[in-house]
Design a protein around this ligand. Structure first.
Ligand SMILES: [Fe+2]
Ligand SMILES: [Fe+2]
Length: 372
């Protein structure tokens, strides 16, 4: 019988394989190994120089992905592909350490025994999103997105981290935890509401930068990660809803709503899991005992994880339990880039990186639905 340790070791082997074996995938591979091979291969085959030159053109492809999409739909899919590449990069770092660094894995498992598995699977899902979106763009004659030129940020030096260039930086994060209260509130940011932080996590590491920290320090790092997971996935949930209502093509709409649903699925898991972080205090950061400190507070109580009905469409209509926010100015591509940038996720990135990401985001936000 396979033990949990065996499973983690297998995941680890898969992960290393992804970066060391670029040969074509064998015909018979486990689903997740196949996705990893496919994703990296696709990324490497895409010319980085064309990252800003994509223009959707009419095309009829053989097979099921035959379609023609307009420039707005292509711009939306291209930004989503970029977002998924960034997500994959950060989740990849979490997987390496949650499955390959004993101290971090133990601290993560204090929150939930299943978290290393969930982290690894979330990573696979993001990779599948990025790979699919780029493949779909190519299938309709549009330019896919390649961010490989920006894999320049350093890795953690802790045991378990591969020493490769990264797109994202998980070691200086200011984690927005206001989603915890936003989803427990009957108010909606799309109607102007703002929400306070549940916990102030300012300029902290969500992965161990090196070996060791131990004890309280590593638990504070793991707790920071547990909230960052939810922060990332609630952002993805809002982003996909925001973009989906602007597309013109029915297949592109299907792509947006189907992938977006997975982001919501992820968020729900991390929303529930974050409530289990143990109480810990280190210099500059305090995680309270969420179960007891916030008991009786409807905006903070641990078990209130179902999205509270809130304002939606029109304040005169009944409250409705929905993803929020979803207006472009609050949840669209530039809003996502701004939030991620402000969180420190791109600390150390080049000006060209920000110019590239902003251009992709502005094009996506400018797209609008065209009805024939
Ligand atoms: Fe995703
Ligand atoms: Fe995601």
């Amino acid at each position: 019988m396979q033990t949990n340790n065996d499973a983690v070791t297998n995941q680890r082997t898969d992960l290393q394989q992804r970066f060391t074996d670029l040969l074509p995938a064998p015909h018979r591979l486990a689903r997740r190994s196949f996705l990893r091979s496919l994703g990296l291969g696709a990324a490497l085959l895409t010319p980085a120089a064309g990252v800003l030159n994509g223009v959707a053109r009419a095309a009829t492809a053989a097979g099921s992905a035959s379609n023609t999409i307009n420039a707005g739909d292509a711009a939306i899919l291209r930004f989503l592909a970029a977002a998924e590449l960034l997500e994959t990069d950060l989740w990849q770092q979490y997987t390496e350490l949650a499955t390959g660094n004993d101290a971090y894995m133990e601290a993560i498992e204090v929150i939930d025994d299943d978290f290393p598995q969930y982290i690894s699977d979330n990573t696979d899902d993001e990779l599948s999103h990025a790979t699919f979106l780029n493949a779909y763009l190519s299938s309709v004659g549009a330019q896919p997105v390649n961010l490989d030129a920006f894999r320049t940020l350093p890795s953690s030096h802790a045991t378990g981290a591969l020493q490769i260039g990264r797109l994202t930086n998980l070691m200086n994060l200011t984690v927005d935890t206001s989603w915890w209260i936003r989803y427990r509130s009957p108010q909606n940011a799309d109607f102007g509401a703002t929400f306070p932080q549940l916990i102030n996590i300012v300029n902290r590491s969500a992965i161990p930068p090196h070996d060791p920290p131990t004890g309280k320090e590593i638990q504070a790092i793991a707790n920071t990660a547990a909230f960052h997971f939810g922060t990332i996935e609630q952002g993805g949930s809002s982003l996909y809803d925001s973009m989906s209502v602007k597309v013109s093509d029915l297949t592109v709409l299907r792509i947006g709503t189907n992938i977006g649903g997975t982001e919501v699925f992820h968020f729900a898991i991390w929303n529930d899991g974050a409530g289990n972080v143990p109480s810990v205090r280190v210099r500059g950061l305090t995680f309270p005992d969420i179960a007891t400190v916030f008991e009786g507070d409807p905006l903070r109580e641990k078990d209130l994880i179902m999205p509270e009905p809130c304002e939606f469409i029109d304040a005169n209509l009944p409250l409705c339990s929905v993803i929020r926010p979803t207006l472009v100015q609050n949840a669209g591509a530039m809003a996502a880039v701004t939030a991620l940038t402000n969180s420190g996720l791109f600390s150390g990135q080049s000006q060209v990186f920000f110019q590239t990401l902003n251009a992709l985001a502005q094009a996506a936000d400018a797209a609008y639905r065209i009805c024939n």
